[in-house]
Design a binder for this molecule. Structure first.
Ligand code: IPM
Ligand code: MN
Length: 344
């Protein structure tokens, strides 16, 4: 029954530093799970990243973008390198993909895992829904009178009703599916304009969806995350707050090595993109010490999005099983341990 095997076209964009090392492990585990669950992944390599940029001058061309659009998903390692000025790849590649592919939700689960001590209080299992296309990331602003003592630099936070609504709607729906509550995190006492829009939208959508709504200012949310994380189930927040909060959440749950993310286009007008939260970590690239768990958990999010929830759950369970036994010290030890778990 060859024809009945489900096939997904996934662009593998390993990128820089430890990106290729960790995504190679995740790819193998996905292929292995696919054999057991009746699907296969047609991986297509994309060379984008610092080396490609330095060699060819391309960060992300319109042609390459057009090639990515028909994919079912994009699986990204990490981008960024000390040999490329800051911002070039971050804005030109990563953020451009988020914007152009309309990946308006950045989904970042934070969960206390077996065998991993949390740095704060116990009872931590929440998901951050980070708005991913607007806010201070939108690129509005500029520099005038550069170099003079009257130099002005501005970054404006853009918040559209449509952009806030679609993000909050996704988060409310997720809270409903998890049987939990929604917490809006913002800074409504200072950022009164954007805060007002976010608050009005969150209230309306939560009421319409029948979801309990809570609210915390972002500074207090940092404190609660450490001292009382059990109060959170689904957090919805703006782009920069979400960026910062999810690094804190990662630190609390075992570090960036274990943190996963999905850049989602919930409307499915194009591929969603999955990546570990960690960066290219040039300091440990090539040492064989990179932890592939974040990449594997990101692949688990990808499989869920592709409609393979059983395989997705299996990948997450494999990571948890390895962690419960104390984890692994090297990338290849992780690979061996995960392979053993998935074929059990
Ligand atoms: C992240 C990263 C990116 C961000 C950078 C690399 C542009 O920190 O995915 O959290 O700020 O969104
Ligand atoms: Mn970040």
């Amino acid at each position: 029954m060859e024809g009945s095997v489900r096939t997904y076209n996934v662009v593998h964009l390993p990128g820089d530093g430890i990106g290729p090392e960790v995504t190679a492990v995740a790819r193998d585990v996905v292929d292995q799970a696919g054999k057991r669950h009746g699907f296969s992944v047609d991986w297509r390599h994309s060379p984008l990243g610092s080396e490609h940029y330095l060699r060819t001058g391309e960060v992300l061309s319109d042609e390459t973008l057009a090639e990515l659009r028909p994919a079912d998903a994009i699986f990204l390692g990490a981008v960024g390198s000390p040999s490329v000025p800051p911002g070039v790849l971050e804005r030109g590649l990563l953020l451009r993909l988020r914007f152009e592919l309309d990946l308006y939700v950045n989904l970042r689960p934070a969960k206390q895992r077996p065998g991993v001590e949390t740095a704060g209080a116990d009872d931590l299992d929440f998901v951050v829904v980070r708005e991913n296309t607007e806010g201070l990331y939108a690129g509005a602003g500029g520099i005038a009178h550069q170099g003079s003592s009257f130099e002005v630099a501005t970054e404006e936070s853009l918040n559209t009703r449509a952009g806030v609504e679609r993000c909050v709607r996704y988060a409310a729906d997720l809270a409903k599916r998890r049987g939990g509550k929604l917490t809006l995190v913002h800074k409504t006492n200072v950022l009164v304009n954007a805060g007002s829009l976010w608050m009005r939208v969150a209230k309306d959508i939560a009421a319409a969806e029948g979801v309990d709504l809570d609210y915390a200012h972002v500074d207090a949310a940092c404190l609660y995350m450490v001292s009382d994380p059990g109060r959170f189930d689904v957090i919805v927040t703006d782009n920069l707050f979400g960026d910062i909060l999810t690094d804190l959440a990662a630190a609390l749950t075992g570090g960036l090595g274990l943190s996963a993310s999905g850049n989602l286009n919930p409307a499915r007008t194009g591929p969603s993109m999955f990546e570990p939260v960690h960066g290219s970590a040039p300091d440990i690239a090539g040492t064989g010490k990179a932890n592939p768990a974040g990449a594997v958990l990101s692949a688990s999010l990808m499989l869920d999005h592709l409609g393979e929830p059983a395989a997705s759950a299996e990948l997450e369970a494999a990571v948890d099983a390895v962690l419960a036994k104390g984890g692994a010290a090297t990338t290849s030890a992780w690979a061996d341990a995960l392979t053993a778990e998935v074929s059990r």
